[in-house]
Ligand binder design. Structure first.
Ligand code: PMP
Length: 391
C-alpha cells in the first residue's frame, strides 16, 4: 500500500475515457478568438461551455482597465491583505459591490471557491450545525468539512425537508447555517428561495446563498435570485464569484451583518492567501459597472438561452427542468455522453461533459452555457450540431 494506490481507480477511469479519443481535460484552446470562439484541434470552435454569461472577457473597457492597472500597479500583490497590505482598489471594489448589493459590508476573496471555503469555515465551527442543499457545489462541501461543524444535507430544492431537519434540531436550529445556491451549476434550476427564507425565519436560522451563476443573470438589476425573489432582507450572506458573468477571477461575500468586518480577520482562507492582482480588480470593477450600465446584456443572454432550450426541446432532447443560461442535455449513459461530446467537438462545438459522480442525479450530461456574446447564428449552429449527432 503506498500513498499513490488511492489514485488507481481515477487513473483507470481516465484511461477508459481516453479510449474514446479526446477527453475534456485534453481540450486545449490553441487560440482564443472571442468570448464565444476559439481554435481547438486546429478547428474554429463555438464555445458553449464557458460560464461567460455576459460575454465580457474581451470587453474593451475591461481590457483597457486591466492594462492600465498592470502598468501603474504591477503584475501582482505578492501577498495577502492581512499580512502585506491592501491596495486602494481592493477597498474600491468592496465599496462598489456594497453599493451594488445595497449592503453594509463586502469581503473580496481570491476566488469564489476560497470565498465559500472562508465564509463557511469561519462562520461555523465545532458544535455548530450547517444544513446544505444536497446539490451544492464542491466549494460549499469543502467549506463545511473545514469548519468541523455538524453537516446535514437536505433534499435538493425541498424546503419541507429543510423544515423537518431544522425542527429535529430543537434549540440548535436558531444558530444553524443554511446554505443554498441561487442557480444550480449543473442543471440551471433555481432554489425555491421564498419558501426557504420563510422556513429559515421561522427557526431564526442564518442563510447563505451562493449566487455564482446568478450574478448578472437573474434579478431586474442583476443582483441574482435573491433580488428576483424579493428576499434580499432575509438573506444573511450572499457569496459569489468574479469568474463567470464578470469575466475575471475572484470571489466575494456581501452582508448587512456588521460582524462581517471582524469575520474577515478570523477567516483563514482570506488571511493566508495572496489578494487578487491589480489587473483583476480593475477589470472586475469595470465589468461590474458594465453589468449595471447595460441591462440589455442580460436580455441578450436570456434570448439566447430561450432560443437554445426551445430548439433543443423541439428536437426531442431530454433537457434540464427549465429554460436558463445553463442548458443541460440528459443522456442515458456515460458512453453515449462521451461519444456525443466528441462528435460535437469534431463539429466545432465545445460543451461541458459531465459524468457521474459530478452530475446531480448520477446521470450523464452535456452541459451548455449560453453567453450574451453568442450571436443567434452561433446558437443555431450549436442546435444544428446537436441535430446532426448520430443516435
Ligand atoms: N460556487 C459555485 C456554485 C460554482 O459553480 C463555482 C465555480 N464553478 C464556485 C462557487 C467557485 O467559483 P470560482 O471559479 O470563482 O472559484
Amino acid at each position: 500500500m503506498t500513498l499513490f494506490d488511492k489514485f488507481t481507480a481515477l487513473q483507470e477511469a481516465r484511461q477508459s475515457l481516453a479510449e474514446f479519443g479526446l477527453t475534456s481535460v485534453n481540450v486545449v484552446m490553441e487560440k482564443v478568438i472571442s468570448p464565444t470562439e476559439a481554435i481547438v484541434n486546429g478547428r474554429s470552435t463555438i464555445l458553449a461551455g464557458t460560464n461567460n454569461y455576459l460575454g465580457l472577457t474581451f470587453n474593451e473597457e475591461c481590457v483597457a482597465a486591466a492594462c492600465q492597472a498592470l502598468k501603474t500597479e504591477g503584475t501582482g500583490t505578492t501577498g495577502s491583505r492581512a499580512a502585506n497590505g491592501t491596495y486602494s482598489a481592493h477597498v474600491g471594489l468592496e465599496n462598489d459591490l456594497a453599493d451594488f448589493f445595497n449592503c453594509s459590508s463586502v469581503i473580496v476573496f481570491s476566488t469564489g471557491y476560497v470565498a465559500n471555503l472562508g465564509m463557511i469555515s469561519t462562520l461555523a465551527g465545532k458544535g455548530d450545525v450547517i444544513l446544505i442543499d444536497a446539490d451544492c457545489h464542491a466549494s460549499i462541501y469543502d467549506g463545511c468539512l473545514l469548519s468541523g461543524a455538524d453537516i446535514i444535507r437536505f433534499r435538493h430544492n425541498d424546503a419541507a425537508d429543510l423544515d423537518k431537519r431544522l425542527r429535529r434540531l430543537g434549540d440548535r436550529a436558531a444558530s444553524a447555517l443554511v446554505i443554498v445556491e441561487g442557480m444550480y451549476s449543473m442543471l440551471g434550476d433555481r432554489a425555491p428561495l421564498a419558501e426557504i427564507t420563510d422556513v429559515k425565519k421561522r427557526y431564526g436560522a442564518f442563510l447563505l446563498v451562493d449566487e455564482a451563476h446568478s450574478l448578472g443573470v437573474l434579478g431586474a438589476n442583476g443582483r441574482g435570485l435573491v433580488e428576483e425573489e424579493g428576499v434580499e432582507k432575509d438573506v444573511d450572506f450572499i457569496v459569489g464569484t468574479f469568474s463567470k458573468s464578470l469575466g475575471a477571477i475572484g470571489g466575494y461575500c456581501a452582508s448587512n451583518h456588521p460582524e462581517l468586518d471582524i469575520i474577515r480577520f478570523a477567516n483563514r482562507p482570506y488571511v493566508f492567501t495572496a489578494s487578487p492582482s491589480p489587473s483583476i480588480i480593475a477589470s472586475t470593477r469595470t465589468a461590474l459597472a458594465t453589468l449595471r450600465r447595460h441591462p440589455e446584456l442580460k436580455d441578450r443572454l436570456w434570448n439566447n438561452a430561450h432560443r437554445l432550450y426551445e430548439r433543443l426541446e423541439a428536437l426531442g432532447f431530454k433537457l434540464s427542468p427549465e429554460p436558463s443560461p445553463i442548458v443541460a442535455i440528459r443522456l442515458e449513459n456515460k458512453e453515449e455522453a462521451i461519444r456525443k461530446w466528441c462528435a460535437l467537438l469534431e463539429n466545432g462545438v465545445y460543451v461541458n461533459l459531465v459524468l457521474p459522480p459530478a452530475s446531480p442525479d448520477g446521470g450523464s450530461l452535456l452541459r451548455c452555457s449560453m453567453s450574451a456574446g453568442h450571436t443567434p447564428e452561433q446558437v443555431d449552429a450549436i442546435v444544428d450540431a446537436f441535430a446532426g449527432l448520430p443516435h
